[in-house]
Design a binder for this molecule. Sequence first.
Ligand code: PMP
Length: 376
Amino acid sequence: MPELSDLPIRADLRGRSPYGAPQLDVPVALNVNENSYPVPPTVAADIARAVSDQAAGLNRYPDREFTALRGKLASYATGVLERQPSDGAADGPARIDPGQVWAANGSNEVLSHILQAFAGAGRTVMGFTPSYSMHPLIAASTGAAWLEVPRTADFEIDLPAALAAIEAEQPDVVFVCTPNNPTGGSTPLSAIGEILAVSPGIVIVDEAYAEFARPGFATALHLLPQHPRLVVSRTMSKAFAFAGARVGYAVAAPALIDALRLVRLPYHLSALTQAAACAALDHAPELLDNVERLVTSRDAMAAALAAAGFEPVPSDANFLLFRGAADPAELWQRFLDHGVLLRDIGIPGCLRVNAGTETETAAFTAALQSIVRAHP
Ligand code: PMP
């Protein structure tokens, strides 16, 4: 059998590694920032009914423009404007219109559509690292070159360095991930505004974890009226506990959304996905009910980590990065020996854990205490 290296793969993909968070069968999986709570049974029943209603019509292609879903996402995003008000750096729109909304199979596909339209061979994409590992991979998949500016020691965007790099490199696309995966902190609208002011191209604000943010977090949706080259990407995978359905969305000026129609494959959102997502959005309050519980777990985990001598980084997400692991790979293995799967994201001295259910949080805390007792 030929090896991958024997095949005539694109030169720019040769030697690259695919996204590869381990999918291990363990009692307590806290490694991929999922929502640990299952979909509530009454909501699951409505989703099942909505999906089953589509079955006989599957001989037809689905609504290419996902009109019903687009309308429901626009209403949800309008609600976000009220729940995560502007911090004073922008006067936002009163509402989001369906024409400003895009959706795809997870926000990874949304990001892929944006980069297919605005990045590509001969172009550049910039990010502020450490950040979400898929941003450079999706950029590379379109043939674009990746540029990065390191964050400060506190994992915040180094704004003077970021602005200088944007002015020097003139990137075609800039990523701002807020709250940032894997570090958890967020970026104020004033800083995003400064990045937008100097950026010649598209600025993607990746708000995958925004629903978990502490009070005071302002969504970049407020910046849309002044910034036609801004796109805010969000997902139903985290707060909505809907990762398995693969539904992400983006909000931007209608003209920017039009560009995405040029690159998406026809009928990219199946009738089943559209029906499931619409049914889930009809139950948004119930699905989002566990956000508060997860935030409480996150904060309890931070307190337990601090008490055990580690340094949790303040987080606006459903996960925590913590410092103080002398040997992260060894500590990761010790947790796994207790049936708890964390994520070693390759930041020296750090591991990442996502907030679990109350039971998972108790299991994590018990494992932590037992590890620290055995290896003080
Ligand atoms: N953005 C960020 C910052 C993420 O962490 C993730 C998932 N880990 C995604 C986007 C993609 O999520 P999905 O495709 O499930 O929407």
